[in-house]
Design a protein around this ligand. Structure first.
Ligand code: ARG
Length: 597
């Protein structure tokens, strides 16, 4: 029986390196079910690839072009076969590659004949299924995410950016892209004059700021804002403070500023750790000083993009839009700093792609940024992308206050602890109150609840929903991981490394084992798709599916009660592979997989 289990269209050529791993098989769930039922009888599986006769040399098709001359695929059958064999992927399961010309369709079909035993063994084998070679290491992807402002609360929008950006960076890194993670903190603009004023008015000590920088600085800002609204003299003083900060004429003030920034990073790093997030570099709006911006203005002017207004404002005119970059008092605006930052990053990092993970509300800003920057440097065209996302509503503590991220995370932890106590049969269990476990569970609930949504959609957050064990939640992922871990630990004395995968032992039961196997086979494909669409929910939903298939298999394919030692050990191999894949997926989401909860 010959069966074609999947096609790769010309659209996703870039998946080809992974297509050679059976993990990439792209199937609708209907086909998957059919195959689960038929697989035991199949002799050969074909993995088909449509190759149009003309392939444009683009980033997406480069991996393919490394192997074949697409214009005459049919004449190069042997070369294709050779080059497939030469790949660093585990291709032991590919028995043959055939090229089938498609007359009249201006295309050819390449079929990879896959050997079912080797295919299953590959999925069950001990080594991880991470692709070993990457066609993408030449690409340098910079992801800018989180980017909160000093003196303003770390709001839910920043949380969404932090979580989504981290996953996008993880996905690229996992697939072998060179990846740089940036946090671009807002510490500049006239409101920082107010902040400095607030610290002076309140005679706030350094110690107090160090203790809780984000909250203290925010309170100082709010206080000064109020005071300045009532007293024009204070408002004037705030403006002057900012001007002297920007011109660097007051060394004490500049030095204080430097310290606040450091304290803020220290506090943020602690929260990022809880969220499983990290950065390669923290950068500041203030880094792009008058001087860099002066250079940018010169460039803009000589490109004919800049207009000076009567009141002294400088306006960029691009794509029939007029966007101010310099205020009438000479101070720089957000857009001016962003242009300077982008050009500087391009020089320093030589990126091939730059993703800005920032909420929908800033779409106009990024349009203006991208048009202006591309007008100055045409090579930036197609490299820049604003990864937009919608709002999250309702993420607040039960007292209704959620100005600070820390409150949200602590709330998640506390709610989790209460739930654990409420559902525990023996309250004496000492792990119930385990701070670490409660925190990880709470954070998992929040992360997954945010990530399972389509990015662009607005979303209503509910603690009730986020913390369910049985629904599609982070708790479910953790719970399944713990079950798999405990099972494997209980049979720790069975030396799994010695056991040869033999999936015939797995096919006797109804399709429970095969369903898990096919979920495993889909992992790479989902990772790829999530990266292509810049949508974490693709991976999250995949993991829910993997957990559901695994739970059913855990119920119907017992290990302990199984008498036949072969069946027993094959089931263990299957559950080990499920655990490994779940773990890998969870880590990509930024979760810390628990072994016990
Ligand atoms: N700090 C800004 C804010 O909170 C977001 C920065 C986004 N990144 C950028 N390059 N403009 O609104």
């Amino acid at each position: 029986v010959v069966q074609c289990v999947g096609t790769i269209s010309a659209r996703n050529f870039a998946t080809l390196p992974m297509a050679l791993s059976p993990c990439a098989i792209n199937m609708s769930s209907g086909i998957r079910r059919a195959i689960c039922e038929q697989l035991p009888q199949l002799k050969n599986i074909y993995y088909a690839l449509e190759v149009p006769s003309k392939v444009q040399n683009s980033t997406a098709t480069r991996p393919l072009l490394q192997w074949i001359l697409p214009a005459d695929v049919a004449q190069h059958e042997n070369e294709l076969l050779d080059s497939v064999k030469r790949q660093q992927f585990d291709t032991s399961f590919i028995e043959d590659v055939r090229v089938v010309p498609r007359n009249g369709r201006n295309a050819a079909k390449v079929e990879f004949q896959i050997q079912p035993d080797a295919f299953a063994a590959h999925l069950l084998q001990a080594d991880s299924v991470v692709p070993k070679a990457s066609a993408f290491q030449e690409e340098h992807v910079v992801v800018e995410y989180s980017s909160p402002n000093i003196a303003k609360p770390f709001h839910v929008g920043h949380l969404r950016s932090t979580i989504i950006g981290n996953v996008l960076a993880n996905l690229h890194q996992h697939l072998g892209y060179r990846t740089t993670r940036l946090n671009y903190l807002g510490d500049w603009g006239t409101q920082f004059g107010l902040l400095a004023l607030g610290v002076q008015l309140g005679s706030i000590s350094d110690d107090r700021i160090r203790e809780a920088p984000i909250e203290t600085l925010y309170n100082a800002y709010v206080m000064a804002n109020k005071a300045a609204a009532e007293d024009p003299q204070l408002a004037q003083r705030a403006r002057e403070l900012f001007t002297s900060l920007e011109a660097n004429t007051d060394p004490t003030l500049s030095c204080e500023w430097q310290k606040y920034r450091q304290y803020t990073i220290d506090e943020l790093t602690g929260m990022y750790d809880r969220l499983g997030v990290h950065f390669d570099s923290y950068e500041w709006e203030s880094q792009y000083s008058q001087r860099d911006i002066g250079d940018v203005l010169t460039q803009l002017r000589s490109a004919g993009l800049l207009q000076r207004e009567h009141d002294g404002r400088e306006i960029v005119v691009v794509d029939e839009r007029r966007v101010p970059v310099i205020k009438s008092d000479g101070s720089t605006l957000y857009l001016a700093r962003d242009i300077a930052a982008l050009l500087e990053r391009q020089r320093r990092l030589q990126f091939t792609r730059m993703l800005y993970v920032v909420d929908n509300g800033q779409a106009d800003h990024f349009n203006a940024l991208f048009s202006t920057a591309t007008a100055l440097d045409a090579s930036l065209k197609d490299k820049l992308q604003h990864v937009k996302f919608g709002r999250i509503r309702g993420m607040s503590t039960r007292q209704g206050k959620a100005v600070f991220l820390r409150d949200v995370l602590n709330e998640a932890r506390d709610v989790m602890r209460e739930k654990r106590f409420a559902s525990a049969t023996t309250k004496a269990n000492s792990t119930l109150n385990d701070e670490h476990v409660c925190d990880i569970l709470g954070v998992s609930a929040v992360l997954v609840n945010v990530l399972k949504q389509r990015r662009q959609r607005d979303h209503e957050f509910s603690w009730q929903q986020a913390l369910q064990v049985n629904g599609d939640t982070g708790i479910k992922l953790q719970y399944t991981h713990c079950r798999l871990h405990n099972l494997l630990e209980r049979f720790g004395d069975i030396e799994l490394a010695e056991i040869k995968p033999s999936w015939q032992h797995l096919t006797e039961e109804p399709s429970d084992a095969l369903a898990v196997l096919y979920e495993l086979a889909r992992f790479d494909q989902c990772v790829w798709q999530a990266k292509e669409q810049l949508e974490a929910h693709v991976l999250v939903n995949y993991l829910f599916g993997l957990c559901n298939a695994t739970s059913r298999a855990l119920k119907r394919l017992p290990v302990k009660q199984e008498k036949c030692p072969d069946k027993q050990s094959q089931r263990l191999l299957l559950f080990r592979a499920a655990k490994r894949t779940l773990q890998q997926g969870m880590r990509l989401l930024g979760l810390k997989p628990l072994n016990q909860m």
